[in-house]
Design a binder for this molecule. Structure first.
Ligand code: ADP
Length: 157
């Protein structure tokens, strides 16, 4: 069984994240979506909500959703899985993702990061854009898995 870990904030999970997961499942038997409890970015949703949304969005796929606290490199070691998945959209993602992968490998030389290129449809899609659409009263449903829509609606209430 080849399993890879897909870490991120998933605040919330979008169709772009789901596209990366489905691409990864062509190569890996299963994927663990690992939702960071902390991290530099401030979050709109609690870790519990982010886990719930990711679980509902990946139902029927060989995907497990977990949360982790602390360093990703430590979490990966604890899981005894050394492959990390990340998604790349624009060239601007590359710089940040390259830095992260080098740092992770510095901390734990076993770690390999595998990058998947997003579909052109999701090139400009991000969790922040989706939250902004929802907060401004727009309809986020074309951009997120169905279970995420009701969570986004709560942001406006
Ligand atoms: P983080 O805070 O770790 O960047 P995100 O949830 O924003 O967490 O992103 C997790 C991963 O998913 C990152 O590798 C990011 O580049 C990727 N990603 C986010 N949105 C998309 C998208 N629309 N298409 C492809 N990859 C994406």
């Amino acid at each position: 069984m080849k399993t890879a870990i897909y870490p991120g904030s998933f605040d919330p999970m979008t169709n772009g994240h789901l596209d990366i997961i489905k691409r990864a499942l062509k190569i890996f038997d299963s994927v663990i979506v690992a939702i960071g409890e902390n991290g530099a970015k401030s979050k709109a949703f609690s870790v519990k909500e982010r886990v719930e949304m990711a679980k509902m969005s990946t139902q029927g796929l060989p995907v497990k959703v977990e949360s982790y606290a602390g360093l990703l490199a430590d979490y990966v070691k604890e899981k005894k899985i050394s492959t990390i998945i990340r998604g790349i959209r624009a060239i601007s993602d590359f710089d940040h993702e390259f830095q992260l992968s080098v740092i992770n490998r510095d901390i734990n030389p076993e770690i390999e990061t595998v990058f998947f290129m997003t579909d052109k449809e999701y090139f400009f899609l991000s969790s922040s854009a989706v939250k902004e659409i929802a907060v401004m009263g727009g309809d986020p449903s074309p951009y997120v898995p169905e279970p995420v829509v009701s969570y986004l609606k709560k942001l406006v209430d």
